[in-house]
Design a protein around this ligand. Sequence first.
Ligand code: C5P
Length: 231
Amino acid sequence: MIHNPKIVIALDYANPQDAINFVEKLDPKLCRLKVGKELFTAAGPQLIEKLISKDFSVFLDLKFHDIPTTVSKACEAASRLGVWMLNVHASGGAAMMEAAREGVERSGQNPLLIAVTVLTSMNQKMLNEVGVAGSVADQVLSLAQLTKKSGLNGVVCSAQEASVLRYALGKEFCLVTPGIRPLDASLDDQSRVVTPKKALELGASYLVIGRPITQSATPLETLIKINQEIM
Ligand code: C5P
């Protein structure tokens, strides 16, 4: 039994039945689950409630980004579902993030509220095109600092960014890292990947892992193996 599972499996499925069929193979003591925009849009809150009723901790990855009142109410509604973690875009600004925090507090629940800094699909040129003059690394750091100042619990970041952020933001700040590949796994469409163990050494708090587990012929065995590697 693992006290605080660090692996968050990305449930990147188009329909709820496929997601449920896969989840039946897992053990909530060994992992948490991430539900993103595609599955949530198709399956709705009922799926989240179903996963929670099976004792899974759920990260609702909807990356809210809107005016503060709207984000506040969206975060309140998401928190009421009983999710373990939810997120917003840090580029929505301090007022939006503070409103998000207040929305979570109104729910009476206590999920982790984190932010996305710069999407890892963005490169330097794209960042400049949307009007940010500085480097990607500087923008990630400054948005992570703003996230902490706004009272949020952490950020989503690449493992490459984790050590700088861990040093700058302290040991309590939650760093959630995708782009994780066990040594024997396919890269799929990821380019800069690190192993689960390395990501934790670099300062990650939780590891988002999708296809290496969802596409495995034996998902539970793969999950157990990765957990052993990071013990
Ligand atoms: O299958 P894979 O392990 O690549 O899935 C990673 C998950 O993390 C996907 O849900 C993907 O959208 C998400 N993600 C990512 N890179 C980011 C942010 C999120 O891969 N920078």
